[in-house]
Design a protein around this ligand. Structure first.
Ligand code: SAH
Length: 234
């Protein structure tokens, strides 16, 4: 059995084991097809490629990790995307989650606070032809107001407080999928839906363990950020 096939089966098994928490026996076929289409090993540093298809997180440099495939699949499913959607991702990391989303929606905007990671991810996504993903170095806690409102926002780093701009930048009826809790600790994966009256409806799905959403000022966002020499780019 190929590594990818094994990974898909592992995801399906874990979905089944957590069906009482996620409220379904299987994830959306579209999501599983996207997972099948994106070669995860291409988003890992060469030294770690041998476990690209294990159902676990993996290091991507700068002290960060690419999430466990089951969590990537679950969060993508929870976003409930449509092909016409514009989605914002906070925490580009390797670019893998953005690549999965790019197969499912019209446009993905992704923010990464560590310049080195955002430059690498942008280069890799471009090389692989994921042309509907735009990566920028910046603090995701501010969202990306120029492209708002979004049909969905996914945050792939944990925070104790949900940044207000992310709620503001959600379209009515859209969802924010975000791990809420202390860094490197128990966090709740939450789905927050913005209702027609502007109210928000939070729902807890299950416990997760993400790296923290960091303060933009603490990150190394200065320096050689892009080929154009500009810190912000599109
Ligand atoms: N989605 C990624 C994995 C993300 S790991 C993937 O598919 O590979 C979490 C990422 O969030 C890290 O790369 C980290 O640098 C980034 N991050 C942390 N705080 C951030 C912030 N305030 N704004 C944007 N990105 C942030």
């Amino acid at each position: 059995m190929s590594g990818l096939q094994r990974m898909l089966e592992d995801i399906e098994m874990e979905v089944n084991q957590t069906r009482h928490l996620i409220g379904k026996d299987a994830l959306d076929d579209r999501v599983m097809t996207a997972i099948k289409q994106v070669p995860r090993h291409k988003f890992l540093p060469a030294d770690f490629r041998f476990f690209a298809y294990d159902n676990g997180p993996a290091p991507i440099g700068s002290g960060q990790t690419i999430s466990q495939p089951y969590i990537v699949a679950l969060m993508t499913d929870l976003l409930n995307t449509k092909p016409t959607d514009t989605i914002l991702e906070i925490g580009t990391g390797s670019g893998y989650q953005a690549a999965i989303l790019s197969r499912l929606v019209k446009q993905v905007y992704s923010l990464e606070v560590i310049a080195e990671l955002s430059v690498n991810a942008r280069r890799q996504l471009k090389k692989m032809g994921y042309n509907n993903v735009t990566v920028k170095t910046g603090d995701g806690r501010l969202g990306w107001p120029e492209h708002a409102p979004f049909d969905g926002i996914i945050v792939t780093a944990a925070t104790l407080h949900i940044p207000r701009p992310l709620i503001d930048q959600l379209r009515t009826g859209a969802r924010l999928v975000i791990p809420v809790g202390l860094p490197y600790n128990y966090q709740e994966l939450m789905v927050i839906e913005k209702k027609a009256n502007g109210k928000i409806e939070p729902r807890s799905i299950l416990g997760v363990n993400f790296v923290p959403l960091i303060d933009g000022c603490d990150a190394e966002t200065t320096g050689k950020d892009s080929e154009s020499g500009d810190l912000y780019y599109e």
